[in-house]
Design a protein around this ligand. Structure first.
Ligand code: Z5A
Length: 233
């Protein structure tokens, strides 16, 4: 494949953006305006979530969030997350990216490292092995990490009514989840955009927009024809 066609195929694949953070951080609040912003730029957008995002994955989600399943074995929980993800990738995410759509996903594998690794204490090497098995080399192009103190996030989330199986966890659990998210963002700063999610809603919205504009600029730079042939990418 010539360099210019490699550049072209990179441009034609859609962009994969994930939103991460602890409960109540504002991911669900900001995903719809983000989708509207991208659509206003002429992009095709698919909005989805994990666990879930396809019919079978949504059924697995119901099992995972059901407070009646308290005490689920931690390895079973990990495997169900990746079973749902395998379905979601094959039925929703990969087809959308291949068709050129931009995919906005409310949580993805960073959540597994944070919740099952940080919160439950599972070995991250096991998570990495499953990540490779299920995703191959597919990783998000950009991860918006909505960061805030767990006490504030939980107060927001619990103000909404009955807690699901994860929302019933302790503050200590969510401190561990947040710590893993921040470690991962520090380790790969090129992929993460850290958002101060404790800020007022409108400020958070501006931070999200800024992250998007930066990504679009970067992608424009990448699609410049660098082959030296003058051939259009
Ligand atoms: N999980 C896992 O363990 N492993 C995995 O691999 C994956 C997931 C993929 C999914 O539940 C659960 O699965 C999740 C982790 C686990 N744990 N829990 N719970 P979910 O999808 O139902 O939960 P969530 O993703 O955490 O959603 P959430 O609690 O709704 O959080 P959010 O989407 O970030 O928050 P929000 O709904 O946008 O906002 C919450 C409230 O705060 C709402 O009333 C807003 O109006 C308000 N809000 C938001 N931002 C602000 C600001 N800036 N100021 C004031 N008020 C605000």
């Amino acid at each position: 494949m010539s360099l210019s066609s490699a550049v072209k195929s990179k441009r034609e694949r859609g962009c994969f953006i994930t939103l991460e953070g602890i409960e109540g951080a504002g991911k669900s609040t900001h995903i719809a305006p983000l989708s509207t912003l991208l659509a206003s730029m002429g992009l095709r957008v698919v909005t989805t979530r994990e666990p879930g995002g396809s019919p079978i994955a949504e059924r697995i989600r119901a099992l995972l969030l059901d407070p009646g399943n308290t005490g689920m074995d931690e390895t079973a929980e990990l495997l169900l997350m990746f079973a749902a993800r395998a379905e979601h990738l094959s039925k929703t995410i990969r087809p959308a990216l291949e068709s050129g759509a931009w995919v906005l996903c409310d949580r993805f594998t960073d959540a597994t490292y944070a919740y099952q690794g940080g919160g439950r204490g599972l070995d991250p090497r096991r998570i990495a092995a499953l990540e490779t098995l299920v995703q191959g080399d597919l990783r998000p192009d950009l991860t918006l990490l909505f960061d805030l103190a767990p006490a504030l996030g939980l107060a927001r989330a619990r103000g909404r009514g009955a807690a699901d199986r994860f929302e019933s966890e302790t503050l200590h659990f969510f401190e561990a989840v947040r710590a893993v998210y921040l470690e991962r963002a520090r380790a790969s700063p090129e992929r993460y955009y850290l958002i101060d999610a404790a800020a007022p809603l409108s400020d958070v919205g501006e931070q999200v927009e800024q992250a998007l504009r930066a990504l679009i600029e970067t992608r424009r730079g990448e699609t410049v024809d660098v082959s030296g042939t003058g051939e259009e990418a």
